[in-house]
Design a protein around this ligand. Structure first.
Ligand code: ZN
Length: 264
């Protein structure tokens, strides 16, 4: 079977295990079905997710020009504390910013390689945790806008990590942490403006990824350097495909790359 299309991050469905889907313009593929099969990836060209032109992808699936222009790639996406829609203040496109920023957001603790704090829109739970490869997570604060979530995250970053070590996550060198204990410990550092939104009573969410074999020394596939790759798929964790030769492929960081996927 052949599938051709521009990569976008895999869609997921929580389950035991999590189900992964690649969605192309004319094809829809349940990636779990490729486990234990030989899969090849050929890089064809770029296709910016905004302008569709064959221009080198700069970041987040966008070409350089689009990345610095469109509201979907503004600084407040990666740094929620820079959000200003709650003040009626425009960054790149106030209508878009109001739509995305002025909705319930969650500050959470997730354990992927270590416990880290993060921010997501409420409707992205548990998708966000799955994308990060977290095996457990818990909501700690639910606020009405992105700004409040951002300043809470910044305050907590001084006391807990905010990054995932992707090698540790993929090797599955993980520990079961008590995230309720972590939440209680971090409560004192939540900024006053967000304190009313602290979540007192909830429990950890546990996530089960479809992995048959974890890599021992994961090495990342770069399509610019290696435009053709073939191996047996052994697992999917976070947004990574894991192959039997320890190669891992981060689908999300290859958004905007047009590929042919072939399985035998
Ligand atoms: Zn573009």
């Amino acid at each position: 079977m052949n599938y051709v299309g521009v990569l976008t991050k895999m869609k997921t469905e929580n389950g035991s295990p999590i189900q992964y889907y690649l969605i192309f313009e004319n094809d829809f593929l349940n990636v779990n079905q490729l486990l234990d099969k030989k899969v090849s990836i050929s890089f064809l060209k770029y296709q910016c997710l905004n302008c569709s032109l064959d221009k080198k992808i700069y970041r987040q699936g966008f070409c350089y020009d689009c990345f610095f222009e469109i509201p979907q790639a503004a600084d407040w996406i990666m740094r929620p504390e820079l959000s200003t829609a709650h003040l009626g203040k425009e960054d790149r496109d106030l209508d878009y910013e109001k739509k995305v920023q002025l909705q319930p957001h969650i500050v959470y603790l997730a354990n992927s390689s270590n416990v880290k704090v993060g921010v997501t829109r409420k409707n992205q739970v548990p998708t966000r945790w799955i994308d990060q490869g977290a095996h457990e997570a818990i909501e700690i604060v639910e606020v009405p806008n992105r700004y409040l979530a951002g300043i809470t995250e910044v305050a907590l970053k001084d006391h807990v990590g905010d990054k995932t070590n992707w090698r540790t996550m993929l090797k599955n060198e993980i520990k079961d942490e008590n995230l309720i204990d972590w939440r209680e410990k971090l409560k004192q550092f939540i900024p006053e403006e967000a304190m009313n939104y602290f979540i007192e009573n909830n429990s950890e969410t546990h996530l089960k990824f479809p992995v048959l074999q974890y890599p021992k020394k994961p090495k990342s596939l770069n399509l610019d350097k290696t435009p053709f790759f073939e191996a047996v798929l052994k697992g999917i964790k976070g947004q990574y495909l894991i192959f039997d030769d320890d190669t891992v492929f981060n689908v999300r960081s290859n958004e905007g790359y047009v590929v042919t996927l072939k399985m035998t």
